[in-house]
Design a protein around this ligand. Structure first.
Ligand SMILES: NC(=O)c1ccc[n+]([C@@H]2O[C@H](COP(=O)([O-])OP(=O)(O)OC[C@H]3O[C@@H](n4cnc5c(N)ncnc54)[C@H](OP(=O)(O)O)[C@@H]3O)[C@@H](O)[C@H]2O)c1
Length: 338
């Protein structure tokens, strides 16, 4: 145990304690260009040493490849880690811009068996509905997920990118241990109704893309120019064309705060997300994604940065100025259905 270990938070009533920052593993196999797999494996180990225990994946990440990649790490540390994976989404390799969403009971049963097999575990700690299929009542979907809890295949249930109404309806069927949605200095739409509903129901928030998919670290300024072919971010409205230049300029106030704390821009972006727990009165466990040891050290250290009220106010002003939506097709987000 070193003093660089992060604090803990509880995931859902009666749920496990996890490190207050999790690790997003998606980029290790999917979406963000080529990966050095040895460094990615070392990153998983380093994260655990630093107190990160919630590891986030999904069946859709590389069509199961990400779950398979993580299996040896989970096998080596089964009692120390909380495994979160997701169903609902298929991204056909022949057309990576397409999204097929299914929430029906037979599909869920098939998906969970496939994830258990790829992860090589008997039980998934936290099983999320990744995206909402509006053709299936949420009560039916959560009912099917609750069956998996009763059968011992899954311990806790989560929902990703749900509206406040969907969360409330789901909670009448089975306790929801976490809502996973995009939340960052650039993406604050969930504060309108999802966050208040989660607070009221006592459901923790697991913010994904808390570093704005890397943009909030200042490590790239224009996805088309700076990122490799096939990188998902090259299709994102915020990181391309004139929007990219507008948004890069928005990092200036973050740089000013970073300088005052002798911290990096990314650490301030993460500290802001962590501090939303106190601002909104709920548990917040962000899952920044990285494939590099030095970055997981940097990101976990952000849990020890405390922003002043004036700094929070300066940072709060940024989101309204962001150019471009967080998805090219906003029906893919909860905000697109509210
Ligand atoms: N539920 C959903 O629909 C959904 C959607 C998207 C993501 N997620 C989950 O959320 C996780 C995190 O989101 P995300 O990966 O999209 O975005 P993110 O965490 O906001 O940013 C990840 C990007 O930032 C870079 N990065 C990380 N730490 C850095 C640092 N200290 N300095 C410079 N660059 C840094 C990473 O590069 P390197 O990897 O090269 O370090 C990667 O390109 C994913 O891994 C996934 O598990 C869920």
């Amino acid at each position: 145990m070193t003093d660089s270990r992060i604090a803990k938070a509880q995931l859902g009533a009666g749920g496990p304690e996890v490190g207050v920052q999790g690790l997003g593993c998606m980029g290790m196999s999917f979406a963000y260009g080529p990966t050095d797999t040895e460094e990615a494996r070392a990153t998983l180990e380093r994260a655990l040493e630093l107190g990160v225990t919630l590891y986030d994946t999904a069946d859709a990440y590389g069509q199961g490849e990400n779950e398979r990649f993580l299996a040896p790490f989970f096998a080596a540390h089964r009692d120390e880690v909380v495994i979160a994976t997701k169903f609902a989404l298929t991204i056909p390799p022949e057309d990576p811009t397409r999204r097929i969403i299914r929430n029906d009971a037979p599909y869920i049963r098939q998906a969970v068996e496939a994830s258990l097999k790829r992860l090589d575990v008997d039980v998934i700690d936290l099983y999320y509905m990744h995206r909402r299929d509006v053709n299936v009542p949420i009560e039916e979907t959560v009912g099917a997920m609750a069956e998996l809890v009763r059968e011992g295949k899954v311990k806790q249930l989560g929902l990703s990118e749900v509206t406040a109404g969907e969360l409330r309806a789901a909670q009448t069927v089975h306790p929801i241990a976490a809502v996973q949605s995009e939340w960052s200095l650039f993406s604050r739409d969930i504060e309108a109704s999802v966050v208040p509903a989660a607070r009221e129901l006592g459901v923790p928030l697991v913010p994904y893309s808390p570093l704005g998919r890397g943009f909030l670290t200042g490590s790239f300024a224009n996805a088309e120019k700076d990122l490799t072919a096939g990188d998902f971010r090259r299709q994102q409205p915020r990181f391309t064309g004139d929007n990219a230049a507008t948004n890069a300029a928005l990092l200036e106030p973050i740089r000013a705060v970073a300088k005052a704390h002798d911290a990096s821009v990314g650490q301030i972006a993460l500290a802001w997300v962590h501090q939303q727990a106190a601002v909104h009165g709920l548990t917040v466990v962000p899952i920044p994604g990285t494939r590099r040891r030095t970055r997981v050290e940097e990101n976990t250290a952000a849990t020890r940065v405390t922003l002043t009220g004036a700094e929070l106010a300066a940072l709060d002003a940024i989101a309204a100025k962001v150019a471009g939506s967080r998805y090219a097709d906003m029906t893919f987000s909860s905000a697109g259905r509210e």
